[in-house]
Design a protein around this ligand. Structure first.
Ligand SMILES: [Zn+2]
Length: 471
């Protein structure tokens, strides 16, 4: 205790009392602050929103690792030198000015997504990393590296409402509730029909913080990607859009699978296109790939044709290997049949490092993509993810996520709890193509409102943040 106090007092001297709130927050971003004029309560200044969060104990520290942990690849993590203990950390020199990766991530908690979710803290003072085994270790390490702060200075840094129990309150930790904002991982936009500014205005109104955009599969009129705002929207507004690649190579894939033939030269071109596009850094995945796409029944002017790309098609394996190489996911549209599920399993097995998002959970034309099937596949394949699309046309189907009272069914709830790290929202709305598309978001928000607090954040945004490496 005395040691903590001593460190705390040294810390206070380092803080300029007259610094403005903004400069102070900026300077202390990513640090743990210890309230030395009270009982040494610890606050984490989250670099992402510049707000402070009360870190009551090891359990709260664990929750913080889950909520704020940013996914990082092994390759990126390797760029940041690690120290083995807090004393080694205090003895080491700062590398912030020479290590750009570490400098960008300083003060953040990183999660090793290619391993088993190991957590690391990048100490903002030295820009070096330290491993945190669990919540208790995180609590002790971050506290030990903390800075003392006066009550006066602390009040200059805003408290986040979700910060849990504050030291003055004696109530138990408040449940995490849906606050109306989320990340949507499946959108098809048409900027020539609705401007990007208008799309963003609607996103704001619906609480959609970010949207993953992609070209739809099996388009009858094979419009260029740019008509779908890809990757332009993501280049113009990188904090609102993430683009998946579905351009020329994907059209080649659809043709090769439909005709059943291709040449060696075709395959070389296909492979090099996928490589080049991923290397460009403009895309964070492949999609939407139509392993099985139906012509909508009763559609007088169908925009899509009937498409089958076997999951074990050699070119799917090529795409899978390139996706693993660049650590990006593949978004799959697949009506479930015995045969297509078998193909998907081959694809999942081909390269276990490739993350596959089987989109449109709770939606189907075959009624076979039931929670029971998804559960079985997720158990067998840790690289299988899913995005949820809710439409009332499926309300009588065995795949539907709601019961007849509009509540999440118990079977679905069990599955969502079991694999809360694999599900995301992917509304599949088409702003600019259909009128009032944004109204469809309402039912997805209603779904998030119903989620129990322990699984809300991963499904609302954290899984998307990790999968698409959103900073
Ligand atoms: Zn689709």
């Amino acid at each position: 205790m005395k040691k903590v106090l001593l460190f705390a007092i040294i810390g206070i001297l380092g803080i300029t009392l007259f610094a403005s709130a903004a400069t102070l927050t900026q300077r202390l971003s990513g640090y743990i602050l210890l309230q030395v004029q009270a009982n040494g309560e610890a606050w984490y200044v989250n670099p992402t929103d510049s707000m402070r969060y009360y870190m009551k104990d090891g359990a709260v520290a664990y929750q913080m690792m889950r909520d704020f942990g940013l996914g990082i690849t092994d390759a990126d993590l390797a760029k940041i030198p690690a120290v083995s203990s807090t004393s080694a950390m205090n003895a080491s020199a700062s590398i912030c000015s020479i290590n750009t990766t570490a400098n960008r991530l300083k003060g953040k908690i990183l999660i090793q997504v290619q391993q088993h979710g190991e957590a690391w803290y990048i100490y903002p003072k030295t820009c070096r990393s330290i491993y945190m085994k669990d919540g208790q270790a995180a609590y002790e390490i971050m506290r030990f590296l903390g800075l003392g702060i006066t009550n006066n200075d602390l009040t200059l840094i805003p408290v986040n409402q979700n910060s849990g129990t504050t030291p003055t309150a004696s109530t138990p930790t408040t449940a995490i509730k849906f606050e109306g904002r989320y990340i949507d991982v499946h959108l098809h936009i048409t900027p020539i029909a609705m401007s990007l500014a208008d799309i963003i205005k609607n996103m704001d109104a619906q609480g959609m913080d970010m949207a993953v955009i992609m070209k739809p599969p099996a388009s009858i009129i094979d419009t260029p990607q740019s008509t779908s705002g890809i990757p332009d929207a993501a280049v113009q507004y990188p904090d609102r859009f993430i683009a998946l690649y579905g351009g020329e190579a994907v059209t080649m894939l659809e043709k090769a699978a439909t005709s059943g033939s291709y040449t060696k030269a075709d395959e070389e071109k296909y492979t090099s296109l996928l490589e080049t596009e991923m290397k460009s850094g403009q895309y964070k995945g492949f999609g939407e790939i139509g392993l099985r796409h139906f012509v909508p029944a009763g559609d007088k002017n169908p925009t899509a044709y009937d498409l089958t790309i076997p999951g074990d098609h050699p070119w799917m394996f090529i795409m899978s290997d390139i996706a693993a190489k660049y650590d990006v996911p593949i978004d799959i549209h697949m009506e479930a049949t015995d045969e297509t599920v078998k193909g998907l399993e081959s694809l999942l097995d081909h390269n276990k490092n490739t993350k596959i998002i089987w989109d449109h959970a709770s939606w189907s034309n075959t009624d076979q993509a039931t929670p029971a099937l998804i559960s079985q596949l997720m158990t067998k394949h840790p690289n299988l993810y899913s995005s949820i699309k809710i439409r009332s046309e499926n309300s009588t189907s065995a795949v539907y996520i709601y019961d007849n009272k509009g509540q999440i069914t118990s079977e679905w709830l069990t599955l969502l709890k079991k694999y809360s790290d694999r599900f995301m929202i992917g509304s599949d709305i088409k702003p600019g193509r259909n009128a009032d598309e944004f109204l469809i978001i309402k039912t997805h928000r209603n779904f998030l409102e119903q989620l129990p607090s322990e699984i809300l954040k991963p499904i609302e945004r954290d899984n998307a943040i990790k999968l698409f490496k959103i900073n």
